[in-house]
Design a binder for this molecule. Structure first.
Ligand SMILES: [Zn+2]
Length: 126
């Protein structure tokens, strides 16, 4: 299992780039996502994905948590916008052209399509 993950994760470059990351525990699973227009906004990828899911109109914490791979508490914290970067992103909204891969597919509340990426492809194809 560990070997598979190491092969797929391209660990070699991560190690050579940031030797300090070697000691990091859960760093690689929460790579940061940066807003392409507002570069000062940077949040973990899954947090940005959670916001994208919320913007689709999904309000069930358990659904969001399952879809993006966060815990219920983490989703709750995102929804409370306690974090300054999260608040800025919630205000700025997810820009057009940004997509987030989900850990588990969800049903779009607007068009009922089952999607593996958010925002919903069907709804955004205008
Ligand atoms: Zn949709």
């Amino acid at each position: 299992m560990l070997d598979d993950e190491a092969r797929q994760g391209g660990c070699a470059c991560a190690l050579s780039e940031t030797p300090a990351a070697r000691g990091g525990k859960r760093e690689r699973r929460s790579r940061p996502w940066r807003h392409p227009l507002k570069r000062h906004i940077e949040v973990p990828y899954r947090v940005a994905a959670a916001i994208a899911v919320m913007e689709m109109g999904v309000s069930e914490y358990s659904t969001i948590a399952h879809a993006v791979g966060l815990t219920l508490e983490e989703v709750e914290r995102v929804d409370m916008v306690e974090d300054a970067a999260v608040r800025q992103l919630a205000l700025a909204r997810i820009p057009e052209g940004e997509w987030f891969k989900l850990a588990h597919r969800i049903r779009c509340p607007k068009c009922q399509a089952t999607v593996g990426v958010v925002p919903c492809v069907a709804c955004r194809s205008y």
